[in-house]
Design a protein around this ligand. Structure first.
Ligand SMILES: Nc1ncnc2c1ncn2[C@@H]1O[C@H](COP(=O)(O)OP(=O)(O)OP(=O)(O)O)[C@@H](O)[C@H]1O
Ligand SMILES: [Mg+2]
Length: 412
């Protein structure tokens, strides 16, 4: 049972800054409590609990038949397909959201806990956003990325009536689906490694982060930038980076990226134009794409770097760029004030950003001017002038070891 998570995270912080392991392993299993009767109680975000049967040894010994996973499988629902390959579903982990409901599960073949996400979005999203969750399969094993294991995909024309599902366990299978027919499939279920922990948004709302948030921002930033850098090296843009999609893993004691629903394969230099993402963390170039502003050729990997900067600014100072401006740009009447503020903040030069940050949270600047430099480097309006995720990771690691370090800005 967690009694004082703030203290525990504080301990993590102190220890991680000192470069050693923390006692924070107790932080995670808030939602999963082992009952003495042999059953497991699962509590969801509302705090309700539901009993589920203990995992029996015959289930554990169930072996997945190699090869069958690649074939079409008939069942009256996607969960039935998972059952056939030895993946059991238990209670809900998340309140049903607009996009998905997530369940706890068990891969009986590997005897490993999993998270099963039932994607609730309609076909339109999948068609527009293309492969989305499938990109998770491509992300190589990395300590700061939740591992996607299996997808259950359904052919639209055969849905409901024929109950045919395709089980995909690696990205090569995705590649084999002909491009022209790919859009006829929709992802129904996503199975990933289970993370014992909590998402960063909940930690922030529960005030579980310690008050001195500068070292925490550095600590989180290193993990997130490292995961992002791996995605970008694999030519994947996450496109929905925000605290709600970053999870604290209490077992590995790392923050991990989750939720590849909006992810897309985009090469290092390539640009794309689909509108997606989440309000406060949207980069200026995405807002320009959404509102069809002239002269915008799209966005690329640096989109995620802006969201990293907005997240770090929120953790360190409690403010994100959308709540920052006093003026907002004037030539965009159709755009809401919050998005104007983001555009406005993006257009400020480094010195002006520095002045803003000092005015709103001088204590952050006094504690770590280098973190403010880093945030400014990630929140440059022009993506070409924004640092890469790999560079951000390198700088944050230097800052962790030497908090008084500064990074050169062009005009500050
Ligand atoms: N691998 C995992 N292990 C443990 N919990 C997970 C895992 N993946 C997701 N969750 C839980 O489910 C929540 C929602 O997951 P995710 O972000 O993938 O879905 P979503 O599409 O954003 O859903 P929503 O519409 O509810 O935001 C997470 O915030 C986390 O609490
Ligand atoms: Mg999410």
């Amino acid at each position: 049972m967690i009694t004082d998570r703030s203290t525990e995270l504080g301990a993590l912080l102190t220890n991680s800054v000192a470069g050693s392991k923390s006692p924070c392993a107790r932080f995670g299993p808030r939602r999963v409590l082992q009952a003495s009767s042999g059953s497991t109680a699962v509590t969801n975000h509302y705090g309700k609990s539901s009993a589920k049967p203990a995992i029996s040894s015959p289930e554990r010994s169930l072996k997945r038949k190699q090869g069958s996973a690649n074939k079409m499988s008939k069942s009256n629902n996607g969960f039935g397909v998972l059952d056939k390959i030895g993946i059991k579903r238990f209670g809900k982990l998340s309140a049903p959201g607009v996009m998905a409901t997530v369940y706890e599960g068990l891969d009986t073949t590997a005897d490993q806990k999993v998270a099963i996400k039932k994607v609730a979005v309609n076909d339109l999203w999948f068609t527009n956003l293309e492969r989305g969750e499938t990109e998770g399969l491509k992300a190589t094993k990395h300590p700061n990325i939740a591992k996607t294991r299996t997808l259950v995909v359904q052919h639209k024309a055969k849905s409901d009536t024929k109950g045919e599902y395709l089980v995909i366990t690696d990205y090569e299978q995705v590649r084999k689906i002909p491009k022209e027919t790919f859009r006829e499939y929709k992802v129904e279920l996503v199975v990933s490694d289970f993370i014992e922990g909590e998402n960063l948004q909940v930690l922030i709302e529960d005030e579980a982060l310690p008050d001195a948030n500068v070292p925490m921002a550095i600590r989180i930033g290193i993990d997130v930038a490292s995961g992002l850098s791996c995605l970008h090296n694999n030519n994947i843009i996450h496109r929905d980076l925000k605290p709600g999609n970053i999870m604290w893993n209490s077992q590995s004691e790392q923050f991990q990226l989750i939720d590849f629903g909006f992810s897309k394969s985009v090469g290092k230099e390539d640009l794309t134009k689909t509108s997606c993402g989440s309000g406060k963390y949207l980069a200026p170039e995405m807002i320009k794409v959404i509102y069809g502003r002239r002269g915008v050729s799209g966005y690329g990997q640096k989109l995620d770097v802006w969201a990293l900067g907005a997240t770090l600014m929120g953790i360190a100072g409690g403010k994100t760029p959308e709540s920052f401006s006093e003026k907002g740009v004037v030539d965009t009447p159709r755009i809401g004030q919050d998005f104007r503020n983001i555009l406005y903040f993006g257009e400020l030069n480094d010195q002006e950003k520095m002045d803003y940050i000092k005015r709103y949270f001088n204590d952050v600047y006094l504690e770590s001017p280098g973190l403010v430099d880093l945030i400014i480097l990630t929140l440059r309006g022009n993506p070409n002038e924004r640092i890469t995720a790999a560079k951000a990771c390198e700088f944050l690691t230097l800052l962790r070891d030497n908090p008084t370090l500064r990074f050169p800005l062009t005009s500050a």
